[in-house]
Design a protein around this ligand. Structure first.
Ligand SMILES: NC(=O)C1=CN([C@@H]2O[C@H](COP(=O)(O)OP(=O)(O)OC[C@H]3O[C@@H](n4cnc5c(N)ncnc54)[C@H](O)[C@@H]3O)[C@@H](O)[C@H]2O)C=CC1
Ligand SMILES: O=C(O)[C@@H]1CCC=N1
Length: 276
């Protein structure tokens, strides 16, 4: 365990992204767009160097560790869970004892991450999601031991909301709700638009209506946490009206059960991935 890890602001660190795929590029894009991380403080690495170079061109970031400023580094590891050990092993000569390693890998525990890097660097386990690209992500984080999460928190706050977990086992459920969640909602938006198209709307209008409805509903839920979602639902459903008729159809097709089962399945898969 790393005890007294230094407290450093993100401004004084260089972020090294290891893995410029779907999640890594969303995080890098969101950080730079937010203005919180400057291109010259961001190094992009990928086994596919052309991928890293293309993203670096777009973001004004670096692609060589030798170009990075002196000082602590935050290694943001965004490769597939099975590749994390080998990616970290390949970088072991570059990672200093006072650096911070932030993993976004599903299922990989802090103990496993520690076994890959040994004593020294602070380790933070995280689970972000792809809306980070537009500053609307939500990320769960937890540090190994008493390591300071400050810089990791600052980084993820630049791309959205941060939830600090106290119990590591909750990562499986968090992954199932918010890590994978955008995919359920994209599917819901698509299906809602499909319904509109079926009833005669153009695809373009149906997509716009479905998208703005999901964004608006989420904003209303977030606006006042004291108002239960059931109350918000009741305010839409007029007696004998269209909404209650639609809600009855959703219940007939097991809408709630489908979502609850999806979260359960994803959490179970996350737990299995940790055992692989
Ligand atoms: N896609 C998502 O929505 C989310 C993904 N994650 C996690 O993010 C991680 C990456 O997932 P994706 O971005 O979806 O995968 P991806 O396949 O899009 O990206 C992985 C990237 O890693 C690169 N890579 C492979 N081996 C490497 C190595 N040794 N060194 C450097 N780069 C290497 C690949 O070329 C690829 O660009 C996973 O651990 C996943 O659990 C977490 C939250 C959400
Ligand atoms: O599907 C996955 O395994 C990753 C983790 C959460 C979202 N994508």
């Amino acid at each position: 365990m790393s005890d007294a890890t230094p407290t450093t602001s993100l401004d004084e660190m260089t972020v090294v992204l290891v893995g410029c795929g779907r999640m890594g590029s969303a995080l890098a894009g969101g950080m730079v767009r937010s203005g919180r991380v400057a291109g010259e403080r961001l190094v992009l690495l990928d086994a596919d160097t052309q991928k890293a170079e293309a993203l670096a061109d777009e973001l004004g970031a670096l692609t060589e560790l030798s170009q990075a400023a002196e000082g602590r580094k935050l290694w943001l590891v965004a490769v597939k869970p099975k590749v994390v050990a080998s990616a970290l092993a390949g970088l072991s000569d570059e990672i200093a004892a006072d650096d911070m390693i932030v993993s976004v890998a599903a299922g990989l525990s802090l103990a496993k991450l520690r076994s890959f890097v040994g004593e020294g660097p602070a380790i933070v386990r995280s689970m972000p999601n792809t809306p980070a690209l537009v500053g609307k992500g939500v990320t769960g984080i937890m540090a190994d031991g008493d390591a300071d999460t400050g810089a990791a928190k600052e980084m993820f706050e630049s791309v959205g909301h941060v939830v600090e977990l106290k119990r590591e086992e909750n990562f499986d459920a968090l992954t199932a709700v918010s890590g994978s969640g955008p995919a359920y909602i994209f599917t819901a938006i698509e299906a809602l638009a499909d319904g509109g198209v079926k009833m005669g709307l153009s695809r373009e209008v149906a997509r716009e209506l479905a998208t703005q409805t999901v964004a608006g509903a989420a904003a209303l839920v977030a606006d006042d946490p004291s108002v239960h979602t059931a109350e918000l639902k009741d305010r839409v459903a007029s007696p004998g009206g269209t909404t209650i008729t639609a809600l009855a159809a959703l219940e007939e097709h097991g809408f709630r059960h489908a979502l609850i089962s999806a979260v359960e399945a994803a959490a179970t898969r996350s737990r299995q991935m940790g055992e692989d």
